[in-house]
Ligand binder design. Structure first.
Ligand code: S3P
Length: 155
């Protein structure tokens, strides 16, 4: 792999992908791409609006298009959405020129950050037990796709 491979951050909503990605980008001088922000920029709609108007499947299609574009770049820090790596094609694209880092944060910390969070359509309608179920299901997927797992509990 080219030494200018992309650094790709994955993990559950609220694990700090955007915050850490911005910090890494400013430390290293690499370009920072947040896939949710990219989609919002292209559509002129917020993620909430896309979910509300067109539904999750439509959002996933936009996300896939975005990943296929940004994965071709080099030397970037890419913060994905919490559901991006659930799609195997997205993982393959991201790995073609990147290493995936999973930001592992315990559920209690995540819950504190995202429970009933109004700008996260998947989190805002879930009670704690369903949020935990979603978290548990996804942990395995994040671990399986990641090249590296980082304990990211500290903000
Ligand atoms: C999602 C997470 C969100 C955003 C969308 C779907 C998910 O990104 O992509 O609301 O499926 O977990 P963050 O992880 O940045 O909140």
């Amino acid at each position: 792999m080219d030494k200018n491979f992309n650094i790709v951050l994955c993990g559950f909503m609220g694990c700090g992908k955007t915050t850490l990605g911005q910090q890494l980008a400013s430390l290293t001088g690499r370009e920072f791409i947040d896939t949710d922000a990219y989609i919002e920029g292209k559509t002129g709609l917020t993620i909430n609006e896309i979910f509300a108007k067109y539904g999750e499947d439509y959002f996933r299609a936009l996300e896939k298009k975005c990943i296929s574009k940004v994965a071709q770049k080099s030397n970037c820090i890419i913060a994905t959405g919490g559901g991006t790596v659930l799609d195997k094609d997205n993982v393959l694209s991201l790995k073609s020129n990147g290493k995936i880092f999973f930001l592992d944060v315990p559920f209690d910390v995540i819950c504190h950050r995202v429970y009933r969070c109004t700008n996260r359509p998947l989190a805002q309608n879930l009670d704690k037990s369903n949020l935990k179920k979603l978290f548990n299901t996804r942990q395995k997927i994040y671990k399986a796709c990641a090249d590296f797992t980082v304990n990211a509990t500290q903000p």
